[in-house]
Design a protein around this ligand. Structure first.
Ligand SMILES: [Zn+2]
Length: 447
């Protein structure tokens, strides 16, 4: 995809701090990895087009607007590859597994997004919340309503964010007010693609909620859209929970597996993002690798809903890209650090260890590569857009004490990943522009 053209409009900016990004993909459990690029106490230069111009030790001259964040950690903005805009209102809902949770909490919340004013207010609140958690790019589910996708695209464009979304397709097994039909859904998709796809930093994703809520005819229509334009993304859910897998097997008796329902309609391709991927087999993993489709691992959601423990190692061994996602409202926080810590716990329950390098790479450069966007974001490579976050290394006495005794880099970064959250975030820049600054009332001296 060509790089979005952003007109020169900004002061040249330089941020001083401890820079951490990735030059390549770290090996599994390799703590002394050459992949992380840690450059303590350096200046990150951002040009007037909002792009990374370079990194240097000495302060640039006064033609640059200098911000001294020395003693702070500077990372590329996080990329959340699976999150639901309308579900902020049902985050932390008690007591159910996936299918009950959808009916009890999620569908009623989504129905309200038929209203343009609700959709607009919800989109703005959601994107501002992402920015206040250090997430600068996202692959997002709105609702079945066309206006919910329009509202997200428009709000993301105003903020200069990389956003991938599309109207949700669901024409069965959903309550009144949340179903479309094949013909109307196709017209809505085509119209949204024409208006928003590849406009600035926006991209359209053909968005199948999950196999049970689309008829075979609707899945075929979605596949035809993907085949007609290889630059479109596709997003859906797959193999999240065992009852769901059993239901899909009943609904699609001819399919070899849940994943095969998507594969045989042409929905798997290098721009396909599938959330969860817990209950897959070896053949499924081979199909994902062959088609280039990626898994959006949603750890806090998987633990909260009791869905299962994703086998990251097996996906990796098969050659499948894994990125990380909050999956709010099934997930319990938009904070990527909290989700990465949950990912660590999931691997621990599997008898594996997830390094901070693999985790942070999956949330930055790894996700950008999997989405085909590494030339635009995800690292501090010169020429990429400056989606950048400035973090305090430690907030509060416990984190501060832990930080001070950390001996080497991985230990320090792992402790940061495990103990930090959005309260550590000092500032968020999107394409070089400040889009979030921590209010003065939230200071680093909190106990
Ligand atoms: Zn989801």
């Amino acid at each position: 995809m060509s790089q979005p053209s952003i007109p020169a409009r900004l002061p040249r900016r330089a941020l001083r701090g401890d820079l951490l990004d990735f030059a390549s993909s770290p090996g599994w459990a390799e703590l002394d990895s050459p992949a992380p690029r840690f450059r303590p106490d350096q200046w990150l230069l951002i040009d007037e087009q909002g792009r990374i111009a370079g990194v240097q030790a000495e302060a640039p001259d006064e033609s640059w607007q200098r911000e001294d964040h020395s003693g702070r950690l500077i990372l590329p903005g996080f990329i959340d590859t699976h999150v639901h805009c309308p579900q902020l209102d049902v985050i932390a809902s008690y007591g159910t597994e996936l299918l009950d949770w959808l009916n009890t909490y999620t569908f009623p919340a989504e129905r309200r997004y038929a209203d343009l004013a609700v959709a607009r207010a919800g989109a703005e609140r959601f994107l501002d919340a992402l920015l206040a958690h250090g997430t600068t790019a996202a692959v997002v589910f709105p609702t079945v309503h066309k206006v919910s996708a329009e509202a997200l695209f428009e709000a993301a464009e105003v903020r200069g964010m990389r956003l991938i979304t599309g109207k949700v397709l669901m024409d069965r097994h959903a309550p009144d007010g949340l179903r479309d039909d094949v013909a109307q859904a196709e017209r809505d998709c085509v119209d949204l693609i024409q208006r928003f796809h590849a406009r600035e930093r926006l991209a359209y994703a053909v968005t199948v909620r999950f196999a049970p809520t689309s008829t075979p005819e609707q899945l075929a229509m979605a596949g035809a859209l993907c085949r007609a334009d290889a630059s479109l993304y596709m997003q859906t859910h797959v193999a999240e929970n065992r009852s769901e897998v059993d239901w899909v097997a009943q609904l699609f008796p001819d399919a070899r597996s849940y994943l095969d329902v998507y594969a045989r309609e042409g929905l798997l391709h290098p721009r396909a993002v599938l959330a969860h991927g817990i209950w897959l087999d070896e053949t499924d993993r081979g199909v994902l690798a062959e088609t280039g489709a990626q898994i959006a691992h949603s750890p806090s959601s998987n633990l909260f809903l009791g869905s299962g423990l994703m086998d990251w190692q097996a996906l990796r061994a098969a050659g499948v890209a894994v990125s990380t996602a909050s999956d709010v409202g099934g997930g319990t926080s938009l904070s990527m650090q909290r989700n990465l810590l949950d990912a660590y716990k999931i691997q621990a329950l599997r008898g594996e260890r997830l390094s901070a390098w693999v985790a942070l790479h999956a949330a930055t450069r790894g996700a950008a590569e999997a989405l085909g966007l590494a030339r635009e974001l995800g690292s501090f490579d010169a020429g990429t857009l400056a989606d950048v976050c400035v973090w305090d290394w430690a907030m509060g006495s416990v984190a501060q004490a832990r930080f001070e005794v950390a001996r080497e880099l991985h230990e320090r970064v792992f402790a940061w990943m495990s103990l930090s959250d959005e309260r550590n975030l000092a500032a968020t820049f999107v394409a070089g522009e400040a889009r979030y600054r921590r209010p003065a009332t939230m200071t680093a001296s909190a106990p």
